[in-house]
Design a protein around this ligand. Structure first.
Ligand code: SF4
Length: 677
C-alpha cells in the first residue's frame, strides 16, 4: 500500500531569515524538509540547518510530562498539580521578587500572553530575554539616531545595494540565505566590505575589502571612515540638509581627530580605511548589515551609533537596499521585542510608564498595571527569589556560567518550561513540557519585520502543550484580572492587532501567502512596509540625529597573565546553545565538538600544535578544547564557537556592563591558552 505524503508549508525554526519550508509528513510524523520554492526569502533554497529542521523533534530528551522535584529528585506530576504548585508560589510572591526569562523561539502569541500574565496577574515588569545579550545595544543606539531599532530595508532588497558593508557579521555561516543574495549582488558588480578581526569564510568568499581590525576598535575604524568622507567631500549634502541634524558637532569632533591615531587604534592601515570609505560613500545605495561582532560589546551602543552616522552622512536611508540593519538571530527575533515581554517595553515597543500602563489597562479592562521598569536579565538572576524560565537556557547563553549556576541553584523556586531537558532545566523545581514550533499554531516576526504563520503539523509528544495555553491556565488558577479565555492562537493574534498598531492590518488569512507581511501594516488593505524611513525618520522631529561617538576601551583589558582576547561566534551547522541542532545527527556529524582557534605564530610561541588538547582560562574559569591553528585570526586573538556547552566560552566571559544596555563584554574576554601536559 502506498503511503500518502503531505507537504505542509511553514517557516524554518532556526535563524531570523525566516526561510519557507515544506515539512514532509507521513502517518502523522515529519520525515523530511523541502524548501518552499515560491517563498520570496529563500526562493527554493535552504541551508543545512533548514534542510534538517525536524530530527530534533523526535530526539531523546523531549519533555513529555510535568516534572516536580521532591526529596531531591524529579518526579512526574499531573499538569493540574504542577500548575497549582506554580500558581500558588507566584500568587504568594512579592511582585518585585518574581522574574520571567523568555525566548525568541516562542511565537508572538506565546510571548503576548506571557507578558499579559506577568503584568495582569503578577503586577511585574520583571521580564527579559536573550535579546539582552544580542541587541540590547541596538535599540538605544538606533532610537537615538533614527528613532527605531528595526531593520529598515527588506531582505529581498539587499541585492539592490551597490555596496554592502558587513560589520561584525559572519553572514555566510549565520544568515546563509542573506549571504546567497549578496553573492548574487556581487555577480552584478556590488562591492562588499567586511569588517571583522577574523578572516571568516564571509571575508574569504565575499569581501572585496576586508578590514581586519583589532577586536573592539570599531568606533575608531568607523570614525576614520567618516573623517575621510568629510575631508574628501563625499557627503550627501542635500540629504544632510533635508533630513538630519547635528552634523556640525560630528564634523568638528572628527576634524580635531588624528587620522593616524584612529588607524592605529583600529589596527588597520590608513589607505585601506580610505579605500573602504570611498567605496561606501560613492555607492548609489549603501547597505550596512551588522550583528553580534558590533552589538555584543559593552560599548556596543557607540559602535552602532557610529555606523548610523556613516549611513546618515552618505544619504543611505529611505531607499530599498540601504540603512543600518541589525540582523537578529532567532526565528522570532523581531517578535520577541514587538510583543513586549521586556522590562522596559509594553507590546509595540511602548515604553514602560504611566501613560502606557493606563492605555493597556483600558485595552485589557484591568487596573494597577506596573508602570515602573522591571529588572533586566542578570538583575533578575541575581535578585529574584522566584524565576520562571521559558524556552531559554541561561546556563548556556548567559555570561560567567559558574556564577549563573550558583545563582540558579540559589533560587527559592525555579520553573523551566521547554521542549528539552536543558542544563537550566536540570536545576529546576518544576519543569513543564512545551510544544515545539511544528506542534502548535502561531506567528513569528523575522529579522526584516516579516510576520509569518507557522502551523500545527504534528501532535506534541506525550502531554506537552503550547506555551500560550499554559500561561492562560496559570492566569485562570491565579484568578488574574483580564481576559485569558482565548479559544485559539488566532484569537490571541486578533488581540495583538488591536493593541499593537504596527500589526493592525495583518490577519491569519492574509498570512497564508508565502513570505508573510512586513510591519508596519496599519490596515487590512495595506500591503505592508518593505522600506522604513522613506521621507521621515521615527524620531519625534522626523530627522536623523548624528551622535558624536568617542572610542572607549573594552571594560576588561588583557595583561601579562591573560594576554589573549577571546571572542566567540556561530558555525553554519549549529544554532545558539545547540539545544535543537546538536540533536540532529547530520548537523552533529558535521560539527561534533567545540574548538579554539589561535594564530599560527602564537601557536608556535606557546608550543601548541593543531589538534592539541588545550586549556583556555579567564579570570572567571577554565575550559578544555581542541586547538585549531590558523592564519585566519589576528595574533593575540582566540576564537571559540559557542554551541558546545561542555566547552562553552560563556564559562569564561565577564559580567554585564552598566546601563543602559547592560550588555556583557561577550566579544572581548581577556584569556590565556595552555597546552595540556
Ligand atoms: Fe533556516 Fe536560517 Fe538556514 Fe534559512 S538561512 S534555512 S531560516 S537556518
Amino acid at each position: 500500500m502506498t503511503m500518502m505524503l503531505e507537504y505542509v508549508p511553514t517557516v524554518c525554526p532556526y535563524c531570523g531569515c525566516g526561510c519557507g519550508v515544506h515539512l514532509v509528513v507521513r502517518d502523522g510524523r515529519i520525515i523530511g524538509v523541502e524548501p518552499w520554492k515560491e517563498h520570496p526569502v529563500n526562493e527554493g533554497k535552504n541551508c543545512p540547518k533548514g534542510r534538517n529542521a525536524f530530527e530534533f523533534l523526535y530526539a531523546e530528551g523531549r519533555l513529555e510530562r510535568p516534572l516536580v522535584r521532591e526529596n531531591g529528585s524529579l518526579q512526574e506530576f499531573s499538569w493540574e498539580k504542577a500548575l497549582e504548585m506554580i500558581a500558588e508560589r507566584l500568587r504568594d510572591a512579592d511582585p518585585g521578587s518574581v522574574g520571567l526569562i523568555n525566548s525568541g523561539k516562542l511565537t508572538n502569541e506565546d510571548l503576548y500572553v506571557l507578558q499579559k500574565l506577568a503584568r495582569c496577574a503578577l503586577k511585574t515588569n520583571n521580564m527579559d530575554n536573550c535579546s539582552r545579550f544580542c541587541h540590547s545595544t541596538t535599540v538605544p543606539a538606533l532610537v537615538s539616531t533614527v528613532g527605531s531599532g528595526v531593520m529598515p530595508t527588506s531582505q529581498t532588497d539587499i541585492a539592490q545595494a551597490d555596496c554592502i558593508l558587513l560589520a561584525g557579521v559572519n553572514v555566510k555561516e549565520t544568515y546563509p540565505l542573506i549571504a546567497r543574495r549578496i553573492i548574487r549582488a556581487k555577480q552584478r558588480g556590488t562591492r562588499v566590505i567586511v569588517v571583522d578581526p577574523r578572516r571568516t569564510v564571509t571575508a574569504k568568499v565575499l569581501a572585496d575589502i576586508h578590514l581586519q581590525l583589532r577586536p573592539g576598535a570599531d568606533v575608531a575604524l568607523v570614525n576614520a571612515m567618516i573623517k575621510t568622507i568629510a575631508e574628501e567631500g563625499l557627503e550627501d549634502s542635500d540629504f544632510i540638509a533635508r533630513r538630519t541634524k547635528g552634523v556640525e558637532e560630528l564634523r568638528a569632533y572628527l576634524a580635531a581627530a588624528d587620522m593616524d591615531e584612529l588607524a592605529e587604534v583600529a589596527g588597520v592601515p590608513v589607505h585601506a580605511i580610505r579605500e573602504a570609505a570611498r567605496t561606501y560613500a560613492r555607492a548609489e545605495r549603501g547597505c550596512i548589515l551588522y550583528n553580534a561582532g558590533i552589538a555584543q560589546h559593552a560599548a556596543g551602543i557607540g559602535n552602532i551609533q557610529a555606523l548610523a552616522n556613516l549611513a546618515l552622512l552618505t544619504g543611505n536611508y529611505g531607499k530599498p537596499g540601504t540603512g543600518v540593519n541589525p540582523l537578529r538571530g532567532h526565528l522570532n527575533g523581531e517578535g520577541f521585542g514587538d510583543m513586549g515581554p521586556l522590562a522596559v517595553f509594553y507590546p509595540g515597543f511602548a515604553p514602560v510608564n504611566e501613560a502606557t500602563a493606563a492605555r493597556f489597562e483600558r485595552h485589557w479592562g484591568v487596573v494597577g498595571l506596573p508602570s515602573e521598569p522591571g529588572m533586566s536579565y542578570m538583575d533578575m538572576m541575581e535578585k529574584c527569589d522566584v524565576l520562571y524560565v521559558i524556552g531559554a537556557n541561561p546556563m548556556a547563553s548567559a555570561p560567567d556560567t559558574r556564577r549563573v549556576k550558583a545563582l540558579l541553584a540559589s533560587k527559592e523556586f525555579l520553573v523551566v518550561q521547554d521542549i528539552f531537558m536543558t542544563e537550566t532545566a536540570e536545576l529546576a523545581d518544576v519543569i513543564l513540557p512545551a510544544a515545539a514550533w511544528a506542534e502548535k499554531e502561531g506567528t513569528v516576526t523575522e529579522v526584516d519585520r516579516r510576520v509569518q504563520r507557522i502551523g500545527k503539523t504534528v501532535a506534541p509528544p506525550g502531554e506537552a502543550r503550547p506555551d500560550w495555553k499554559v500561561f492562560c491556565e496559570l492566569a485562570g488558577m491565579m484568578d488574574a484580572e483580564g481576559d485569558f479565555g482565548y479559544g485559539s492562537a488566532e484569537e490571541v493574534f486578533e488581540e495583538i492587532r488591536r493593541t499593537v498598531p504596527q500589526y493592525a492590518g495583518i490577519t491569519y488569512e492574509r498570512l497564508e501567502r508565502a513570505g508573510g507581511i512586513q510591519w508596519p501594516c496599519p490596515s487590512e488593505d495595506h500591503p505592508g512596509t518593505e522600506t522604513m524611513f522613506v521621507g521621515r525618520f521615527a524620531t519625534p522631529d522626523g530627522l536623523g540625529h548624528f551622535q558624536v561617538v568617542a572610542y572607549e576601551e573594552p571594560v576588561e583589558m588583557t595583561d601579562e597573565e591573560y594576554p589573549y582576547v577571546l571572542t566567540n561566534g556561530r558555525l553554519i551547522f549549529h544554532y545558539h546553545s545547540g539545544t535543537m541542532s546538536r540533536r540532529t545527527k547530520r548537523l552533529n556529524d558535521e560539527a561534533p565538538s567545540g574548538f579554539v582557534e589561535l594564530n599560527t605564530q602564537d601557536a608556535r610561541e606557546t608550543g601548541i600544535e593543531d589538534g592539541n588538547e588545550v586549556r583556555v582560562k579567564s579570570r572567571r574559569g577554565e575550559i578544555r578544547a581542541t586547538a585549531r591553528v590558523t592564519d585566519d585570526i589576528r595574533r593575540g586573538m582566540l576564537f571559540m564557537p559557542w554551541h558546545f556547552t561542555e566547552s562553552g566560552p560563556n564559562t569564561l566571559t565577564g559580567p554585564c556592563a552598566g546601563p543602559p544596555s547592560k550588555m556583557p563584554e561577550f566579544k572581548f574576554c581577556a584569556a590565556r591558552i595552555e597546552a595540556m601536559r
